[in-house]
Write a protein that binds this ligand. Structure first.
Ligand code: ZN
Ligand code: ZN
Length: 750
C-alpha cells in the first residue's frame, strides 16, 4: 500500500550529515518526498510502500550518523503528495540563527580507511574529512555554516572535491571543509631554518624528532599541542622546565583503545567516554608509572587520536605514548595561530609541525572522568563546545560571564544555553583577551544586540569579569552569588526550576553575602525561588585573604588558631615553616585576616598537617595530593566532623589529625580518615538539613567535588537514606560551571 509519513527529528541533527543520510536512506528504500533542516530539527516527508516506510523510520534511529544525537523522533501519518523523487530542500531562514553550531568531530572510520588506502586520492592527506567528521566550531567564522564563512575560504575546491560536495548521494555532500591534496591546505615543518611544505615529509620529520626525545609543537583542531615521548624521562623533564610547569599533570595520547587499556584501568563507562565523539582526555587509575608525567598522582589523563594527523603520526612510528599538552607556558591560553605559536613557544618546542588551515578560535582539549555519580566533565571544551547544555524557560537573551578562575561564558538565545569553551584564569592577560574575544564571537554569531542583553556576573567586587560586565552597554545587569550559581548549574542541566533542594557548595573561594570568603555552604530553595543559606562550615580566619590559597600552611594558621590543644606544629614531625608563625600573628592581631568558610582551605590545612608544607604550583594541588594518599589506604576510620547548630565544626577533625601525626601514624591512613570524616560530616549535615527543611534531594557542586574519593564516600554513606544526590554532568563542578548557573538564576529571577 502506498502511504506517507511526516517525520520530525530533534536533537543534534544539523551540521552532522543528517540530511544526506536521510536522502541516501530514502533512495535505498525507494521512497519519494523531501528532507529539510527545520527550525528545531530535521523534518521529513516520505512516501512509498508501507513496509518500506516502517523500515525507513526504524533505520533513521539505528543507522544515524555517528555525531548525531537524537533526542526524539515523531512520526505522523500524512497524505501522499504524489512525489516521484526524493530531494534535499533548502533550509528555512529565520530572523535569528538558532541553528546549533556543531562541536568539532573526530575523523570517522570511513575517512580513516581512505586515509590509509594508497588507491584513494586523499591517501595520507591530513585534512581529510566528510559530513560525519572533521572541524566545525574551530573553522566557523560566521553563520550560516557555509564554506565562504569558514577558514577554508582561501582554498577553492577542485572538480573532484566539488563533485562530491554537490552530490547528495556522496558522504561529502555539503561537507564545508572538504579538501584533497590537490586543492586543499597542507602541513609545514619548521625546524630552525629548515622549512618543508608537504604532508609526508613533515610527518616523517616529526616522528624522527619525537623518537630522539625532542619536543615538537603540533597543530591540532583548536590549537597547538606540545608533544614528546612520555616514556622518555629526559624529554618530559625538559618539557616541564621549558613550559614552567612544575608539577601539574600532563595528558597523554595513545594510538587506540587497546593501547589505552594497557596504561590505565578502564571500565565500560570510561571506555565509552574515551571513544565518544568528543574524544575528551579521560582521567583513570594509572597502570604504569611514567616518571614526571603526573607526579604524586595515581591517575593518568588519556585521550585517543582525533585528527587525521594524529593517526598519521602513530602510523609513521611515533612513540607509543605521547605527552600531548596544550601549547602554552604555564596557565596561559593555548596558542592557536602560527605567529603566536612561533613567538610564544620559541625555546619550548624544538620544532613545529604547523598546518595551513587557520584555526578560527582556540579550543582546548576537554577533560572528563567516570565518577561515583556517573560521567562528569571537568573541563568542557573541544568536542562539547559550543553545544547547548540546557533549555531555560526564557525568551530574553542573556550573557553570563562566569567566574575569574576556569572561566567559561554562557549565552542564552531563545532559551538555549550555549556554554563556551574553557577560557582559563582571567588574571592572565591573554586569557582575559580570549574572554573578551569569546563574548564578542558568541554575541555576533547568534546575532544578539547588546541593548537587549541581560548581563549576569559574579558578586565579587574584585573579579575582572565583574568589572568587564559592569562596563558593558547592556539592557540590564544582575549579580549572582558564586555558590548559589554552583548549585543552580546542576539544576539547570536537569531543567529543574521549581524543585526545592538542599544545595551544597564546597569550594575554594567565592564572595559571600556578608563580604567574607565562602566555600562551605548549605542552601535550601529552588532556582525560581532562590536559595537561602541555612548552614555552613564553622568560620575560620584567612590571613592574607585569597593569597593564602597559594600556601597551605598560611591557610592552616587561620584554622589551627582556634584549636587550643594543638601540638606545636613548628616542631617535628610537622616542621611548619616561618610563614606559618607570621600568618598566625596576622590572625591573632586580626590584621589582614578575613573570615572564611572555605572547605578548599580546610583541605589545605589538613594537607599541611599531613606534610604538604611547601607552596602549591597549581590550583587544588594540596587537596589532590591528599586525595591520592588517601586512596592508598585501606583504613575505614574517620575523624570526627560534627554538625551542630548549623555549623560543621572543623576543630575535632583537625585536632584528631594533628594528634595522629604526633603518634607517627601513616600519612595514607591519616589522609583517609580525614577524607572519610569530611564525607561523614557532610552526609550528617545533608540528612539533618533535608529533614529540617522537608527536602529529599541533595545537590553537590563546587570545585571540592572534583574529589572523587569524597563522592564515593558520600554515595556509600548516604546509600540507605531515602535521599537522592545530584551532581554536575554536562558542565564542570568547578568554576567552569558557574556561567550556566548564573544564567539560570538570572533567567528565573523575579
Ligand atoms: Zn569522515
Ligand atoms: Zn580537492
Amino acid at each position: 500500500m502506498h502511504t506517507a509519513r511526516y517525520i520530525r527529528i530533534h536533537g543534534i541533527v544539523q551540521g552532522v550529515g543528517f540530511r544526506p543520510f536521510v536522502y541516501r536512506l530514502a533512495r535505498e528504500h525507494g521512497l519519494a518526498g523531501w528532507v529539510l533542516n527545520g527550525e528545531d530539527g530535521v523534518a521529513i516527508h516520505a512516501e512509498g510502500p508501507n513496509e518500506a516506510l516502517l523500515v525507513f523510520a526504524e533505520r533513521l534511529r539505528s543507522d544515524a550518523p555517528p555525531a548525531a544525537v537524537i533526542a526524539d523522533i515523531e512520526v505522523h501519518e500524512a497524505a501522499p503528495d504524489g512525489f516521484t523523487d526524493f530531494t534535499i530542500r533548502e533550509s528555512k531562514r529565520r530572523d535569528r540563527p538558532t541553528v546549533r553550531i556543531s562541536p568539532d568531530l573526530p575523523v570517522c572510520a570511513e575517512c580513516l580507511q581512505e586515509l590509509f588506502d594508497p588507491a584513494d586520492p586523499r591517501f595520507r592527506y591530513p585534512y581529510i574529512n566528510c559530513t560525519n567528521c572533521g572541524p566545525r566550531y574551530t573553522v566557523i567564522l560566521a553563520l550560516p555554516y557555509d564554506r565562504p564563512n569558514t577558514t577554508m575560504q582561501a582554498w577553492p575546491m577542485d572538480a573532484y572535491c566539488a563533485g562530491q560536495y554537490h552530490d547528495p548521494a556522496n558522504r561529502r555532500f555539503h561537507a564545508q571543509p572538504v579538501a584533497c591534496p590537490h586543492c586543499g591546505p597542507h602541513y609545514v615543518w619548521h625546524h630552525g631554518s629548515e622549512i618543508v611544505r608537504g604532508d609526508e615529509a613533515p610527518v616523517q620529520k616529526t616522528v624522527e624528532l619525537l623518537r630522539e626525545g625532542k619536543i615538537v609543537a603540533v597543530k591540532g583542531l583548536g590549537g597547538y599541542h606540545l608533544a614528546c615521548d612520555a616514556q622518555s624521562t629526559a624529554a618530559v623533564n625538559a618539557l616541564r622546565e621549558r613550559k614552567y610547569r612544575k608539577e601539574k599533570p600532563f595528558a597523554v595520547m595513545v594510538k587506540d583503545l587497546d593501547a589505552a587499556r594497557m596504561i590505565v584501568e578502564l571500565n565500560a563507562d570510561s571506555e565509552a567516554l574515551l571513544i565518544s565523539v568528543a574524544r575528551p582526555i579521560v582521567l583513570a587509575p594509572a597502570k604504569l608509572e611514567l616518571p614526571g608525567v603526573a607526579p604524586d598522582n595515581d591517575e593518568l589523563g588519556v585521550m585517543l587520536p582525533y585528527t587525521p594527523m594524529h593517526h598519521l603520526l602513530f602510523a609513521a612510528g611515533a612513540p607509543e605514548i605521547l605527552v600531548m599538552t596544550s601549547a602554552n607556558r604555564s596557565s596561559e591560553p593555548i596558542a592557536y595561530d602560527e605567529q603566536d605559536a612561533f613567538d610564544r613557544l620559541a625555546g619550548v618546542a624544538d620544532a613545529f609541525l604547523a598546518g595551513e588551515r587557520p584555526i578560527a578560535r582556540r579550543v582546548d582539549d576537554s577533560v572528563a572522568r567516570v565518577g561515583a555519580f556517573g560521567p562528569v566533565i571537568l573541563r568542557r571544551s573541544r568536542g562539547y563546545a559550543p553545544g547547548a547544555v540546557a533549555a531555560l524557560p526564557t525568551d530574553r537573551p542573556i550573557l553570563a560571564v562566569g567566574a575569574d578562575l576556569k572561566n567559561t561564558v554562557t549565552l542564552v538565545v531563545d532559551g538555549q544555553a550555549f556554554v563556551s569553551q574553557h577560557i582559563g584564569d582571567l588574571d592572565h592577560y591573554q586569557a582575559f583577551q580570549a574572554f573578551e574575544e569569546t563574548i564578542r564571537d558568541l554575541v555576533s554569531m547568534y546575532d544578539v544586540s547588546w541593548n537587549e542583553l541581560l548581563v549576569v556576573h559574579d558578586a565579587h567586587p574584585q573579579y575582572l569579569s565583574n568589572s568587564y560586565a559592569v562596563g558593558l552597554a547592556a539592557a540590564g545587569k544582575i549579580a549572582v552569588q558564586h555558590h548559589r550559581a554552583h548549585v543552580a548549574s546542576v539544576l539547570a542541566e536537569r531543567g529543574e526550576w521549581d524543585r526545592r533542594v538542599l544545595g551544597v557548595s564546597f569550594d575554594g573561594t567565592g564572595f559571600g553575602d556578608d563580604g567574607s570568603i565562602w566555600g562551605g555552604e548549605f542552601f535550601a530553595g529552588s532556582v525560581r525561588q532562590g536559595f537561602e543559606r541555612v548552614a555552613h562550615l564553622r568560620r575560620a580566619a584567612l590571613p592574607g585573604g585569597d593569597a593564602a590559597a597559594q600556601h597551605p600552611v598560611q591557610a592552616a594558621a587561620g584554622f589551627l588558631a582556634q584549636i587550643a590543644e594543638l601540638p606545636d606544629v613548628s616542631a617535628p614531625p610537622f616542621n611548619f615553616p616561618a610563614r606559618y608563625r607570621n600568618a598566625l600573628q596576622l590572625v591573632k592581631k586580626d590584621v589582614r585576616s578575613f573570615a572564611t568558610t572555605s572547605i578548599g582551605r580546610l583541605f589545605d590545612s589538613a594537607a599541611a598537617l599531613v606534610g604538604f608544607t611547601r607552596p602549591i604550583s597549581f590550583e587544588g594541588q594540596a587537596a589532590m595530593w591528599l586525595e591520592a594518599l588517601a586512596r592508598k589506604s585501606s583504613s575505614s576510620q574517620s575523624y570526627p566532623f560534627p554538625f551542630t547548630g548549623g555549623e560543621l565544626d572543623f576543630r575535632p577533625l583537625l585536632l584528631a589529625l594533628a594528634e595522629d601525626r604526633t603518634r607517627g601514624r601513616q600519612p595514607n591512613d591519616m589522609a583517609r580518615a580525614f577524607q572519610r570524616g569530611v564525607a561523614q560530616g557532610l552526609c550528617d549535615a545533608i540528612i539533618a538539613l533535608c529533614h529540617q527543611h522537608n527536602l529529599d534531594t541533595g545537590v553537590l557542586s563546587g570545585g571540592v567535588f572534583q574529589n572523587e574519593l569524597l563522592l564515593w564516600d558520600v554515595r556509600e554513606l548516604i546509600g540507605a537514606q531515602p535521599l537522592q544526590i545530584w551532581s554536575n554532568r554536562a558542565v564542570p563542578p568547578n568554576d567552569g560551571g558557574i556561567s550556566l548557573g548564573q544564567a539560570a538564576l538570572a533567567a528565573l529571577a523575579r
